[in-house]
Design a protein around this ligand. Structure first.
Ligand SMILES: [Ca+2]
Ligand SMILES: [Ca+2]
Ligand SMILES: [Ca+2]
Length: 458
């Protein structure tokens, strides 16, 4: 009986302990077991950059959850919340813009508004509504003319840039656009043309900055063209300065053209040629000595540094220097203006020759008779002169001038008025040398008569 009582007291105490456990401790544990799972974040994706100032936060529905708590902060410690809301929905969109910044966000859930799940993982989102600045271009320099058909375009990098866009716009309007990460880009091969190029940057959120200033680049891979090669005179003599000429054209213009010439296969001599008009270039060489063999060729650079050589297909352009082969030039033949019988006739002319003038002779004939020759003398410089005659009234005189140069060939020349000769005719009626008009003679005779009458009276 005592034992029964003892058991009974222990049982009652144990009963109350169990009752206490069930009523105080167990309910809490039962509630914790029942607490809902942590939400799984969906979007914006972790680390996403967005231009959207009212981004929608989305997380997975939790079974049994009735309320969610979203916290959005700018500090990883979650001390001051920018957004801290509870909502029965598993998404949330801010009603007003949140400013550009980097945000951390997390969500928890509850099924009864009292017991909360643990927080979800923490994701970040960057809200960025500011476009990058305008890009400064580095190279190529504006207006570059180049033979490099795969130029590298470069520009200064800027903060807040995630990718760049390079546009290369041909003058035909064709646009090649390259979107790329690095801040330089080698183009694909560009055909000969003029291009405009520009660059802009985008940040990671996708805001595109304004385009840079435009630059142009001219691609030219084509050599200059050399045509119309000539030298003047075509058969140069020892006295001649020889003018070498050619026409050189190029779409981007000529930077330099050189004449390269060799005398008798000797050392090449290079001379820069001068632009004399439009696409015409020339340079003077010589004079050379007799029998010199001159070979020449051209080397031209355009403004894109393309170089071409024209050596007449390896044969070279050439000429051989000869002695003086031409006679003197005889011109400006002048005779006495008022030719009279009995008076000598003066005849002048100018005579010149690159080798100097050896002799000048006038050949004349009277009334189609035999030719006479008479030397002419230097009056001054190239002016020569002499006198012929006197002739009689009615004479017809023809003449021409003959001259020889001082060259070893003693080249001669004649100026015979194209075969007609120069000529003059003296008046056939002699002009009286002294004519006393009748009006003077009569009074004189009258006066002489009076004197005689006077003498007779005395
Ligand atoms: Ca930005
Ligand atoms: Ca060219
Ligand atoms: Ca001559």
């Amino acid at each position: 009986m005592k034992l029964m009582k003892t058991i009974s007291k222990k049982g009652i105490r144990k009963f109350f302990v169990i009752l206490l456990f069930i009523s105080v401790i167990l309910p809490n544990n039962i509630n914790r077991i029942k607490a809902v799972d942590s939400p799984v974040l969906i979007s914006p994706a972790d680390g996403e950059h967005t231009t959207d100032s009212t981004p929608t936060f989305d997380w997975g529905d939790i079974s049994g959850a009735t309320v969610y708590n979203l916290e959005v902060v700018t500090d990883i410690g979650f001390i001051s919340a920018v957004i801290n809301i509870t909502t029965p929905s598993s998404t949330f969109t801010p009603a007003s813009n949140i400013s550009d910044d980097t945000y951390y966000w997390r969500v928890r859930a509850t099924d009864d508004g009292v017991n909360w799940s643990s927080w979800s993982s923490i994701w970040t989102i960057v809200v960025d509504t500011i476009a990058p600045e305008q890009i400064n271009l580095i190279s190529p320099v504006d207006g570059l003319i180049t033979s490099n058909d795969r130029p590298t375009f470069s520009w200064s990098s800027i903060s807040d840039s995630y990718r760049y866009q390079l546009q290369v716009i041909r003058d035909t309007g064709n646009i090649a656009t390259y979107t790329l990460i690095p801040n330089s880009q080698q183009s694909s091969i560009l055909s000969d043309s003029t291009y405009t190029w520009r660059v802009r940057a985008s940040d990671e959120a996708g805001n595109w900055g304004i385009w840079s200033l435009n630059r142009t680049i001219i691609i030219d891979t084509t050599n200059p063209t050399i045509t119309n090669v000539s030298h003047e005179p075509t058969s140069p003599t020892i006295h001649d300065t020889v003018t070498i000429s050619c026409t050189v054209t190029d779409v981007v213009g000529i930077n330099e053209i050189n004449l390269v010439y060799l005398i008798n296969y000797g050392t090449p001599v290079e001379l820069e040629m001068t632009c004399v008009s439009d696409d015409q270039y020339s340079v003077d060489i010589g004079p050379f000595v007799i029998d010199d063999f001159i070979m020449y060729a051209f080397e031209a650079y355009d403004n894109a540094s393309n170089r071409v050589v024209d050596d007449n297909d390896d044969k070279f352009y050439n000429f051989t220097v000869t002695d003086d082969l031409t006679g003197p030039v005889i011109e400006n033949i002048v005779q006495t203006e008022d030719i009279k019988a009995g008076m000598p006739v003066s005849i002048n002319c100018t005579v010149s020759d690159i080798s100097g003038v050896q002799s000048v002779v006038i050949c004349y004939r009277l009334n189609n008779g035999s030719w006479f020759m008479q030397g002419m003398l230097v009056l001054s410089g190239t002016l020569y002169g002499t006198t012929i005659g006197p002739f009689e009234a009615g004479d017809i005189v023809d003449y021409y001038i003959l001259a020889k140069d001082n060259s070893t060939k003693n080249n001669s020349a004649v100026n015979d008025n194209s075969g007609s000769y120069y000529n003059f005719t003296l008046d056939s009626i002699p002009t009286p040398t002294f004519i006393t008009p009748l009006c003077y003679v009569i009074p004189i005779l009258f006066i002489l008569g009076l004197i005689n009458v006077g003498r007779k009276r005395r």
